[in-house]
Design a protein around this ligand. Structure first.
Ligand SMILES: [Mn+2]
Length: 338
């Protein structure tokens, strides 16, 4: 079984998604819990685009909306309660690797369209357009809105610019392609403001966020001669730092940026017991495989998992899987860097 459909197959899926949108009127657009810039930017851009086509659209998220995303245009269009009176003909999933990723008790209604780029996507929809070569779902929404002939407002352009900027790590992660830059260029041409989006997203940290970050960075654990870096955020630290809403974005990525580190892991204690973890890799190890063994998923170099239970036990389980993945490389001959 392969998760990499051919380019031709992707074209077919993209066309089927476009036809399904043209053929219906009532839409519900959802994304995953704790939506990131790609997820929320894609949801809003798609919602605004379909409304410009005269469709009736509701956009829903379980939240929370992180402080770094509160500047997003169109955020007032997002609902956190599902209106039971609304009967969508189509539910569109954005950036969700599985059916339950929207969280809560969410259940789709009507035709299910699955638009995603996670390699771990399990193709849960009636139509599945899963392009693992896309740096962001925002790239796919960009293509889709163009297919549908939707004129881009500056709000749509800013949302899609944020989506590709955020998921490509500002165009520096390994997923960044010519296509990523082309989408960004086109968004700027159509009214996106890179300086504004960049400043709002990256440079609006609260003091509490920096307090949490400082604590994590001063308690880093290194293993395998510095090739693994891990740390944790306890509930106690979150309480001191004003709550989980102040989670430092991108911190696990910064841990990976330390010289010599190949895999970084940041483990968050859950209020409900257990942990969620973010995993990053420089490409030498497939962290999506580690995450999948822990019931999660993601991309080869960026993945995550969520496990209920006793925090200390769950933390050890996560670290055990990470160590098992990294163990063989300790003894094998590594080619000289070139
Ligand atoms: Mn994404």
């Amino acid at each position: 079984m392969t998760n990499s459909p051919s380019a031709n197959d992707l074209q077919v899926r993209r066309r089927q998604i476009g036809e399904a949108i043209r053929g219906h009127r009532f839409f519900l657009i959802v994304g995953h819990t704790r939506p990131d810039g790609d997820c929320l930017g894609s949801q809003i851009a798609l919602g605004l685009g379909l409304r410009a086509m005269g469709k009736t659209v509701r956009i829903w998220t379980a939240g929370p909306i992180l402080p770094s995303l509160r500047f997003l245009p169109g955020l007032d269009q997002i609902e956190s309660e599902i209106d039971p009176a609304f009967e969508p003909e189509v539910t569109i999933y954005c950036d969700c690797g599985g059916l339950t990723r929207p969280g809560g008790d969410f259940e789709p209604r009507g035709l299910v369209l699955n638009i995603d780029h996670h390699i771990s996507n399990d193709h849960f929809g009636d139509i599945n357009w899963v392009d693992t070569g896309a740096a962001a779902v925002g790239e796919m929404i960009f293509d889709l809105l163009n297919d549908l002939g939707v004129p881009f407002s500056p709000d749509i352009a800013n949302c899609l610019y944020l989506a590709v900027m955020a998921d490509s790590g500002s165009f520096k992660y390994g997923n960044t392609t010519l296509r990523t830059f082309e989408v960004a260029t086109e968004c700027v041409r159509r009214g996106a403001n890179p300086a504004w989006v960049g400043e709002e997203f990256y440079d609006s940290l609260s003091r509490d966020t920096l307090l949490i970050k400082g604590q994590v960075l001063s308690h880093l654990h290194f293993e395998f001669g510095g090739r693994l870096c891990w740390s944790e955020i306890s509930q106690e630290l979150y309480e001191r730092g004003g709550g989980e809403i102040n989670e430092p974005e991108g911190l696990v990525g910064e841990m990976r940026s330390i010289e010599g580190v190949e895999v970084s892991v940041l483990i968050h204690e859950l209020a409900e017991g257990g942990a969620r973890a973010g995993l990053r890799s420089r490409g030498t190890h497939r962290v999506d495989r580690i995450a999948e063994r822990l019931g999660g998923g993601g991309h080869p170099s960026a993945a995550g998992c969520y496990i209920l239970g006793d925090f200390a036990e769950v933390r050890e389980r996560i670290l055990r899987e990470v160590r098992a993945e990294m163990m063989p490389a300790v003894t094998s001959q590594r080619p000289a860097a070139g």
